[in-house]
Write a protein that binds this ligand. Sequence first.
Ligand SMILES: [Zn+2]
Length: 134
Amino acid sequence: MISLREVPLSGDRLLDWIFKQFVVFLNRKTVYIIRKKRLKKANSHKGEVLLGLTVPKNPKNYLRGTYIFINSAKCRHHNRNEETETLIHELCHNIFSDSRHRFINQLERVLIENFTTDQKNLLKSFIPRHEVKN
Ligand SMILES: [Zn+2]
């Protein structure tokens, strides 16, 4: 559990506000980040490979929380910094859940370019090192 008083800041109030939303979300006990190879869209016949995927909490599928999957294959993300960029993308989906994908991609780029290294490292620390099979 990371206190919001201790998080690194950039000095840009809007950027830091979004960063704090991300930290609050990641601090929830019901948010799980899972690294997984061969991450594919459900029911995709083409077998479209995904970099990341959010499966939100839903009483219908009995999920206990929100699952953020990150593709752990080395050919998809060369390192943990690239995995962190995908985590930022998925966090945008969760915090701005009504936004269209085009806007999510634009926001993702702005955040990646403007979060400080310390901010990105804090987000990175939420990504587990182990990966799940299938
Ligand atoms: Zn997306």
